[in-house]
Write a new protein. Structure first.
Length: 82
């Protein structure tokens, strides 16, 4: 038996992810340089790593959030790898 999520739950989650992605793109563009190009690309392509269903997707999401935090810190502080 398949149960669907509460009405609006998927839209809220998608909206939150979209806002995070937009914030990440803005941060990457505002700080983009030759020395941090790879970090900026890694940050904005991170949503592609959130795959799967159920607990697999949840685990991928949590791992992506940890990497997102690290990439955002690197971009904000100029501590990037080339």
């Amino acid at each position: 038996m398949h149960t669907s999520p509460e009405p609006g739950t998927a839209q809220i989650a998608a909206s939150s992810t979209d806002t995070c992605f937009e914030d990440d793109v803005e941060l990457a563009l505002a700080n983009l340089s030759l020395t941090n190009h790879k970090t900026a690309v890694d940050l904005v392509t991170l949503p592609l790593a959130i795959r799967g269903f159920g607990f697999v997707k949840e685990n991928n999401y949590k791992a992506a959030q940890q990497r997102r935090s690290a990439y955002r810190t690197q971009l904000s502080n100029g501590l990037c790898r080339s």
